[in-house]
Write a protein that binds this ligand. Structure first.
Ligand SMILES: [Zn+2]
Length: 220
């Protein structure tokens, strides 16, 4: 996982929003390869192994060998060019969150755009294919109550039909203002979005600007 992304990890446990403290034991160029992320509030410890953030592993398993079988797509994968266009990934910067079936095109999407792909999957069996130094893909694995990233981390996110509703509702928060969310039509659009287009397969929407909170003071 890119070092700048590890700085945006947030504890997914339901308590006050708290960034995870990351301790690296191995880095390679701009990537954190091995380490551990810890929450100062609930003491959650999450191993990072081969660049993947393993919420599915207990800290005690940190030193066991990593097992990351290749992706076996269950359905036809989404079209790479169409997904890039719908997410508006026309410049090689930032990161995009890909869930479910969209994870199966993470490698080609990252290679074509230069955008860092973060794959969310329930188990390592769904994780990464096609990753390389020039097509950076990292996985976040485990059953999560919330997305483990701070607000505005991603320039876009793709949500497939199998994503738990709690994570669908949490997704807009993790996308930068005016960033895109792309989802299967079966996914009900969460609040805070402006729909841009829809067909029989998917909808795409932009995250609305967060309303400015105006402080009211009483004149005396
Ligand atoms: Zn915590």
């Amino acid at each position: 996982m890119r070092l700048e992304l590890t700085e945006r990890l947030r504890c997914p446990v339901p308590h006050a929003p708290t960034p995870l403290i990351v301790v690296a034991s191995e880095t390679r160029d701009r990537d954190l390869v091995r380490g551990v992320a810890g929450c100062p509030v609930c003491r959650l410890e999450v191993p990072i192994r081969e660049g993947h953030v393993r919420f599915d592993l207990a800290a005690a398993e940190r030193d066991a060998p990593a097992a990351m079988p290749p992706v076996i797509p269950r359905d036809a994968p989404p079209d790479v060019e169409r997904t890039i266009a719908l997410l508006g990934l026309d410049t090689p910067e930032g990161a995009v969150l890909l869930t479910g079936i969209y994870a199966s095109i993470a490698g080609p999407l990252a290679a074509a755009t230069g955008v860092v792909a973060v794959v969310l999957s329930a188990t390592p069996a769904d994780a990464v294919a096609g990753a390389s130094a020039t097509a950076p893909v990292s996985a976040v694995t485990g059953a999560l109550a919330a997305l483990p990233f701070t607000d505005g981390t991603f320039r876009g996110a793709a949500l497939d039909a199998a994503l738990p509703m709690a994570l669908v509702a949490d997704a807009p928060r993790t996308v930068a203002v005016r960033g895109r969310l792309l989802a299967a039509v079966a996914v009900p659009p969460p609040a805070g979005l402006r729909e841009l287009a829809r067909d029989d397969r998917e909808w795409v929407a932009a995250r609305e600007a967060v309303p400015t909170v105006v402080g009211l003071t009483r004149r005396t």
